[in-house]
Each structure stands twice: as C-alpha cells, then as structure tokens.
Design a protein around this ligand. Structure first.
Ligand code: NAI
Length: 467
C-alpha cells in the first residue's frame, strides 16, 4: 500500500486528522475536490462568516455605541466591496495555511472527486475527467455536509436572490429586505450581518423558539436582544413555498398550529434550514458501507461496518460542528497509530457568533428535567459586572447547572459579549469533572467579564458577592 491512511475531504475533520496522522508517523494522503483546502468551514462557512460578523459588528458599534463613549461625529460609511475583500483575504490566508501545513508534514494531496473503489482503494477523478487510483491501508471519509434545503418544499437556490449561506456571505449589495428561513445558527449569524449593514431582516422559524435545543431561558433572552436590534421573528411558522418574483422573491408560511398562510416579499431570501451529510458520489453502496438516516454509521472507534474504512465529522452522528470534526480527526489518527483516541461528547462547546454571542456546553435545564436529574442553578447578570459596565456590554447572563448532590457542573450557558471565549473555562472544568465550588474558589482577574462566570458558580452552591 502506498499510504497508511487516505483522508477524503480536507475540512476541519480531514485536514486536522491528516496532519495528526502524519505527525504520528503514518504515511498520509488527502483527496480534495475543491481548489483550496479547508472544506466548507474555511472556504464558505465559519471563517468567512466570522470575517463579516466582525466587520459588520464594528460598523454597527461605530454607528450606534461610540456616541455614548464620548466619541462623537462618527458616521461610518459602508464599503461593502472592501468588507468582502477583507473576508476573501481572511479565507485566502487560512486555506493557504493548510496547504503550508500539508507540505510541512509531507502529506500528499490529490485534487479531484474521491470515490471508494474497493478495499484500500480510492479513485480520484480530476477536473479533466482523468481517473487515478490511490491505495491506502485505511480510508477516512471526511466529506462533511451540504445545504439541506427545506424538506418537502422545492426551492431554486440561485445564490443571488434565493441564497444559502454560500451566497449569503457574498452579496454585492445590502438588500433592503431579507427573509431568513430558519432561526438556527446560520440564520441568526448571517441575519445579524445584514441587519447590522442596514437590511430589514425577518426570521421565519418552524419552532416556537429560536436556536432550538438551546437552554430555553437563554434562547428567550437572546431573542429579545435580537428583536431590540431590529430583527423581526415569525415563530411557529412553517414555510410552505419560496418563489422568485419580478423583483426578489416571496416566502409563504403557515402557522404550525393551523391558520391562514402569510406571504412576505424580500429582495433576498436566505435558506438556513439545516445541513445534510455529504456522501454523493462516494461509492458507499458499492463498497457496502452502511448508512443510518443518511449519516455514515460508525462504531466507537470511527470505523464503519467495512474494515479499514472510517468516517468522522459532519458525515457521521453528532453535532455538525467544526471543532467536533477536528477532535474526531485527531482521535481517528491516534487510533490508526495504535493509540487510544477519544472524544468526550459531554463537553463539546457550541457558540453562536452574534452580538452578543451565545455559548453553551453540556446539558440544558430542559434536558436535566427530562432525564430526572436533580440540579441546582446559579446565575449572574452582566449588568452587575464592572468590566461589562465600563464597556457598555451589560446585556446577558451566565447560567450554570450543577448536580444537586455532588455539585458537579453538568451544563453552562452564557449569553453576552465574549461568551464564546468565556465558555472554555467551563468546558475545561467539565472535562475534569469539576464542581461549581472548584470554579468559584479559583481566583479570577479583576476586572474581567469572566468574573461573572465565577459569580454564577458561587450562586450555584452559595451566594454571589456582587448582587
Ligand atoms: P439549524 O439546524 O441550526 O437550524 C435550522 C432551523 O430551521 C431550525 O430551527 C428548524 O426548526 C428550522 N426549519 C426547518 N424547516 C423549516 C421550515 N419549513 N420552515 C421554517 N423553519 C424551518 O441549521 P443551520 O442554521 O442551517 O445550520 C446548519 C448546521 O451548521 C448546524 O448543524 C449548525 O450547528 C452548523 N453551524 C454552526 C455554526 C456555529 O457553530 N457557530 C455556524 C453555522 C452553522
């Protein structure tokens, strides 16, 4: 065999796994159909959206909050093309970084569409249609996910008027009106970008809450914050049709509980109703690889039912998150190198990069209730945090859930400025099986936003100091 392992796909799962495998001494190859490495995340997902989220947040701050800080007369003028160029440059430096790391770690890359052609064989079809066969003792499927569309509704996504996240990060002008179908992560992040740049954004969501599955109290508070920013919500609304119009498009939805349908017109409609595992053209059926509801079925060691064929990331079960895929990439590389790779699925943080951010790790209050676990709640609002007041970032709170008997932290939820960074002290705490008292007895620098995390921990087992 030419290689010890071939990774199909170079998203966060595939590229991180390949680097780890090479570092552990395995002869490693990758197959990638895109021109650049990094998959959806680096090319058209996490990274470009964060460039736009940051830039649009600065634009909104300059326009709205500077005055209160004594910085007067700032009237920011939007240069959308320049903002997009910043986004493109961010993507270029990140995908270039992966190419550099592949070279540095002596990973061979094959450009083209990969297909499993038999045990230990991957056929790679290049753009010119030529097929070459690459052999490896092990194959790791890391092909990620693609836009799911709206189940049961035919939608013609042209990426100009009716867009997925791909077109949603590349509009050439700010739409006056935007309808977002789906109040999940993509809908709220990209909806925020365009709302800050001047669009009137309406989110149409099937569930009665936004960010379904999020702790209900946090989700409710967060929705109020977004509404204050001008985003409108139509909840409990099932989208039945999305159609192109003479100018823009229309979205028709009906109340889930029954009732009259409503139609909204918009310049741009963003479809953000989830993603599906991407297994097209991989030859899984011929190879005998089993699927479970579209996802590649794996055992506890990421091996499929076919020996030597593994799978990681969005294409298998679990949350579709880049960092979950990365950790599975590391784990599968370690397993293939004879080590004991492992991912702790109870301590995977998730972050919504809106303003303010929403971050969580572990169980929600609803999940604990459902599981019949006795728990305690500790909360602390940022309004009572000195640093937050100094920065005018007092919106939000920290909420910690701990086991009633043992005080072990079972879940934590933060909505507030910098939540996506603060969540990690709770993630580490949970990884070590820590209690809220462990956290509350750890000295936190003053003045920091993180002191609110400590105060919430204090509130979990005793009382906070500052309220
Ligand atoms: P999502 O699953 O987060 O949200 C989709 C929403 O669409 C749900 O709330 C669902 O109830 C709603 N929906 C479905 N059908 C509908 C209909 N007919 N009418 C109205 N609403 C409907 O999916 P999303 O936002 O597209 O994101 C896809 C994946 O990408 C997710 O797994 C997400 O975790 C991941 N992602 C993560 C990010 C992060 O971690 N910051 C950023 C962007 C994406």
């Amino acid at each position: 065999m030419a290689y010890d392992v071939i990774f199909i796909g170079t998203g966060p799962g595939g590229y991180v796994g390949a680097i780890k495998a090479a570092q552990l001494g395995l002869k490693t190859a990758v197959v990638e159909k895109r021109e650049t490495y990094g998959g959806t995340c680096l090319n058209i997902g996490c990274i470009p959206s964060k460039a736009l989220l940051h830039a649009s947040e600065m634009f909104a701050e300059a326009g709205h909050s500077f005055d209160a800080l004594g910085i007067e007369g700032v009237k920011p003028k939007l240069n959308l093309a320049k903002m997009m160029a910043h986004k493109d440059a961010t993507v270029a430096s990140n995908v270039g970084g992966v190419a550099f790391l592949f070279k540095k770690n002596k990973i061979d890359a094959f450009r083209g569409m990969g297909k499993i052609a038999g045990p230990g064989k991957v056929a790679v079809t290049g753009e010119d249609g030529k097929v070459m066969e690459v052999e490896g003792a092990n194959i790791v499927i890391a092909t990620g996910s693609d836009v799911a569309g709206i189940p049961g509704v035919k939608v013609d996504i042209d990426e100009k008027v009716i867009v997925s996240s791909t077109g949603g990060i590349a509009l050439d002008k700010v739409p006056a009106n935007m309808v977002v179908v789906g109040g999940g992560v993509i809908g709220l992040e990209l909806g925020s970008v365009w709302a800050r740049l001047g669009s009137k954004v309406t989110v149409v969501e099937y569930l009665d809450t936004i960010l379904g599955g999020m702790d209900a109290e946090i989700s409710k508070q967060f929705q109020r914050m977004l509404a204050k920013q001008g985003i409108e919500f139509k909840l409990g609304a099932k989208v039945a049709a999305v159609a192109k119009a003479k100018n823009g498009a229309t979205v028709t939805f009906e109340p889930v509980k029954g009732g009259a349908a409503e139609t909204l017109a918009a310049d741009v409609v963003l479809i953000a109703t989830g993603r599906r595992p991407y297994t097209d053209g991989l030859g899984l059926e011929e190879a005998g690889v089993e699927l479970d509801r579209g996802k590649v079925k794996t055992d506890g060691h990421y091996q499929t039912n076919v020996k030597g064929i593994y799978a990681i990331g969005d294409v298998i079960a679990g949350p579709m998150l880049a960092h979950k895929a990365e950790d599975e990439g590391i784990a599968v590389a370690e397993i293939l190198a004879g080590q004991r790779g492992h991912v702790n699925y109870d301590a995977i943080p998730s972050v919504v990069y809106t303003s303010p951010e929403v971050a969580s790790v572990g169980k929600t209050e609803e999940e604990l209730k459902k599981a019949g676990i006795d728990y305690k709640v500790g909360k602390f609002p940022f309004t009572a945090n000195g640093r937050a007041r100094a920065m005018l970032h007092t919106e939000g709170l920290v909420k910690i859930l701990a086991d009633k008997a043992t005080d072990r932290v079972l879940g934590a939820h933060i909505v507030g400025f910098g939540a996506g960074e603060m969540i990690h002290e709770l993630t580490v705490l949970m990884e070590f099986g820590g209690s809220s008292e462990d956290l509350a007895r750890t000295t936190h620098a003053h003045p920091t936003m993180s002191e609110a995390v400590r105060e919430a921990a204090l509130a979990t087992f005793f009382k906070p100091i500052h309220i």
